[in-house]
Design a protein around this ligand. Structure first.
Ligand code: AMP
Ligand code: ZN
Length: 147
């Protein structure tokens, strides 16, 4: 918990929110400045800024809450689809340093974009893709970073 974090204040009930779900480790509420009707934020109750720093139990609970909420969110606003995303780190546009999953209902003709459009840093060649895959495999191996 952080005294200054707005999402921690929502968890503690010190700041009001349009809460839609709560369990022991996760909470969900409507975004106050929604990109679409039903735009929901799902957060861990632990004050952690980035996905990679979550305890595994919190990561599991967060995804479990997401899994439970996607359909009710879409049905509530009669949207056939949604975009699910996390801004992870300030360079990605994360403004509130407490992990939050955005669930943004989508419908045909809403003039929105796709997640693959968030950067325009150029396209790596095939051999560079292969090199990157090898690097990630090595760094993700249990010997390098225990899971
Ligand atoms: P991000 O850029 O991923 O950090 O997005 C933060 C999101 O939190 C924005 O979409 C804000 O509209 C939303 N937000 C900020 N303060 C509140 C609040 N008090 N209640 C609900 N949503 C909030
Ligand atoms: Zn917090």
């Amino acid at each position: 918990m952080s005294d200054r974090c707005v999402f921690c204040r929502i968890i503690r009930g010190e700041t009001s929110s349009y809460k839609v779900y709560e369990d022991g480790r996760a909470l969900a509420f409507l975004d106050i400045n929604p990109s679409a009707p039903g735009h929901t934020l799902i957060i861990p109750k632990a004050h952690v800024a980035r996905v990679e720093d979550l305890q595994e139990e919190d990561a599991i609970s967060l995804f479990s809450a997401l899994h439970r909420l996607v359909e009710p969110i879409q049905r509530a606003v009669e949207a056939p689809a949604c975009t699910i995303g996390i801004n992870n780190g300030p360079e990605s546009g994360q403004e509130i340093p407490h992990v939050h999953v955005h669930v943004i209902p989508r419908s045909r003709g809403d003039h929105g974009g796709i997640i693959q459009g968030v950067t325009r840093t150029g396209r790596p060649q095939r051999h560079e893709i292969a090199e990157t895959a090898a690097k990630i495999r090595e760094l993700a191996s249990p010997d390098v970073r225990p899971l």
